[in-house]
Ligand binder design. Structure first.
Ligand code: FES
Length: 349
């Protein structure tokens, strides 16, 4: 997420009344203040697996930090000037620290490398307080977690919270090799023997974990949480079409994953004003609407939360979200990520 996007989101002062679980009933409040920005001290920055560091933040004088719930993320102003979001992985019951796991993205835009290489214990960074777009429904008792690589980060906080609440979970964690697996020691402890499966594919897609038997039926009214690379989430989405949509939750790493090299520009007609806007290959419908002064609610901006749901009135969409069921795709579009197959689409804005 770009810094301007985050700032725009703060300006819109949007907050969800509830988490992904009840998206159908989610309400957007336009009056809630944006999350607080704090100067926090880095108290740890060290490798926990190949290419993955744990970074810990505390208040410089030992004050309590704003509380968070499992699935929440913080946004960090990293030394290279970028603002990056990271899921919290420590126990949500802890009020004295935030921990994030950061994967060095060699081909990324430099935010993760800056946080790993340019920050040492004792440094102070500006951090935006926790926000949760991926929370656990309070009434659910059983959880199925599917993580790919660094996507395990929010699951760590979830596991700690689920255990503290006396609930049950299963975790399927797909990773390349033991050396690249964050939290391996903790997750292979004897108490997790029956709950945690770590699958190594050695980077070979033909050795991927077969998720079909795991997802064939929804057991014990489980809620499924999936975080990882886009292909993993798309596969899980396709295999859970028969699950209740309110029981399946995704979180993406970044919106950049939804742009494709062969994307084409297209036009969006706004039915209410008749305006026709150009969407280039490097922008999204949501960004262009905002550039033209429209206030459009959003949250994840990665096609996973459902907040930017918009009626599609004409034209053919190129759906890139992980929210809509097949039957909804004819007349609905998630404008934060989805594009158009036809030269022009008309939306209800
Ligand atoms: S803002 Fe979350 S799906 Fe678009």
């Amino acid at each position: 997420m770009t810094e301007s996007t985050v700032v725009a989101k703060q300006r819109l002062e949007i907050a969800l009344d509830c988490c992904h679980f009840c998206l159908g009933e989610s309400r957007i409040r336009m009056t809630t203040p944006p999350p607080q920005t704090m100067k926090l001290r880095v108290t740890r920055n060290e490798a926990i697996a190949d290419g993955i560091n744990i970074v810990e933040f505390r208040d410089a004088v030992g004050n309590e930090l704003p509380q968070f719930s499992a699935g929440a993320h913080i946004a960090i102003h990293v030394p290279n000037g970028m603002l990056r979001k990271y899921s919290l992985c420590n126990d949500p019951a802890e009020r004295d620290r935030y921990q994030v796991a950061v994967k060095r993205e060699i081909n990324g835009r430099g935010g993760s490398c800056s946080l790993i290489d340019d920050v040492k214990a004792g440094d102070e960074l500006m951090v935006i307080a926790p926000v949760n777009d991926f929370g656990l429904p309070p009434r659910a008792q059983e959880f199925l977690f599917i993580a790919g690589g660094i996507g395990v980060t929010p699951m760590m906080a979830m596991i700690r919270q689920v255990i503290a609440e006396g609930k049950r979970f299963r975790l399927f964690y797909c990773s390349r090799s033991p050396e690249t697996t964050a939290f391996r020691e903790e997750l292979t402890a004897p108490q997790f023997k029956d709950m945690v499966t770590i699958h190594y594919d050695q980077g070979d897609p033909s050795r991927s974990l077969d998720l079909r038997p795991i997802l064939a039926e929804r057991k014990n009214r489980e809620h499924l949480y999936c975080c990882g690379p886009r292909p993993l989430m798309e596969a899980v989405r396709a295999m859970t079409d028969h699950w209740s949509p309110t029981a399946v939750h995704f979180e993406a790493f970044s919106e950049a994953e939804t742009h494709k090299p062969d994307d084409k520009p297209f036009k969006v007609r706004l039915a209410r004003s008749g305006a026709v806007l150009d969407i280039s290959t490097s922008t999204t419908i949501l960004e262009v609407l905002r550039e033209h002064g429209l206030e459009v609610p959003s949250s994840c901006e990665t096609g996973t939360c459902g907040i930017c749901r918009t009626k599609l009135l004409a034209g053919e969409a190129d759906h890139r979200d992980l929210v809509l069921a097949e039957h909804e795709r004819k007349d609905t579009i998630m404008i934060c990520v989805s594009r158009a197959r036809s030269d022009q689409i008309t939306i209800d804005r």
